[in-house]
Write a protein that binds this ligand. Structure first.
Ligand SMILES: C[S@@+](CC[C@H](N)C(=O)[O-])C[C@H]1O[C@@H](n2cnc3c(N)ncnc32)[C@H](O)[C@@H]1O
Length: 240
């Protein structure tokens, strides 16, 4: 490894954009296969945790191909969801799916870096992010930006891979991550390296309590989390 190469699992803008721009058209198939369809249940729980009202405006960060925004619209029908990501190829897929949505929620798609948001102060009631914060080189910048664009009392809902507390389950999960995930991802997309990054980035990401502490340090309050699928994924909520 040269001096300038990022460490295994380290998120850099070039690495993350490179991966997602290349796999955008296979991303949904990979998700469904690798999670055995459980990703839908995780997103459903995320929508519940948002506790949305009909008049709410939601900002979805690192929105990728738009599944969180569509789940929010179909399940909770708030007034609006702004769908953002910094990889144009992922948003192209999101736009195609959103064009087929026929419900009442206004869905708009916008290119945005989650660490430097192009929105005014206190514009949103709820901000969501699924499988995104792990890919940010500067989480503190993201937390500060989310606090800025949320109204007082607004809610940040974070769905992310985490660390199963029960050691045998964690061991099995790590074997799956290390071997099955790069194999499935490599077969589907021809980009095995991107899925080795996924494994490494999950392993180096803070655990549930550490992420809660980071949110608290950023100024959020009433922070809580729930483990899903035995802690493979954690759902944090925090109030502005
Ligand atoms: C694993 S995908 C998650 C997509 C979607 N939220 C989901 O649940 O399927 C991560 C997404 O985060 C986006 N992303 C990573 N870093 C970002 C940043 N700094 N700003 C905006 N989007 C970012 C990537 O482009 C990618 O689409």
């Amino acid at each position: 490894m040269t001096h300038d190469e990022p460490a295994p699992g380290e998120a850099t803008t070039e690495r993350v954009q490179g991966i997602f721009s290349t796999i955008a058209d296979r991303y949904d198939s990979f998700n469904m296969l690798a999670s055995l369809g459980i990703d839908r249940l995780w997103r459903r729980e995320l929508v519940r945790a948002c506790a949305l009202r009909p008049e709410d405006r939601v900002l979805d960060l690192c929105a990728g191909t738009g599944d969180v925004a569509l789940a929010i619209a179909r399940q909770a029908a708030p007034a609006a969801v702004v769908v953002t990501d910094f990889t144009p190829e992922m948003l192209d897929v999101a736009r195609e799916k959103i064009a087929r949505y026929e419900g009442s929620t206004q869905l708009t798609v916008e290119l945005a870096d989650a660490q430097d948001l192009p929105f005014g102060d206190e514009e949103f009631d709820v901000v969501t992010v699924a499988f995104g914060v792990r890919n940010l080189p500067d989480r503190a910048a993201n937390f500060a930006e989310v606090r800025r664009v949320l109204r007082p009392g607004g809610r940040y809902v974070v769905l992310e891979f985490s660390h199963p507390p029960f050691a045998p389950w964690r061991g099995l999960y790590h074997v799956y991550l290390r071997h099955a995930v790069p194999a499935i991802g490599g077969l589907l997309t021809g980009q095995r390296d991107g899925f080795v990054y996924l494994n490494d980035s999950i392993r180096r990401f803070p655990d549930q309590a550490e992420l809660a502490a980071e949110l608290r340090a950023a100024g959020f309050s009433v922070i809580s989390w729930r483990d899903l699928t035995g802690g493979i994924v954690a759902l944090h909520t925090a109030l502005r």
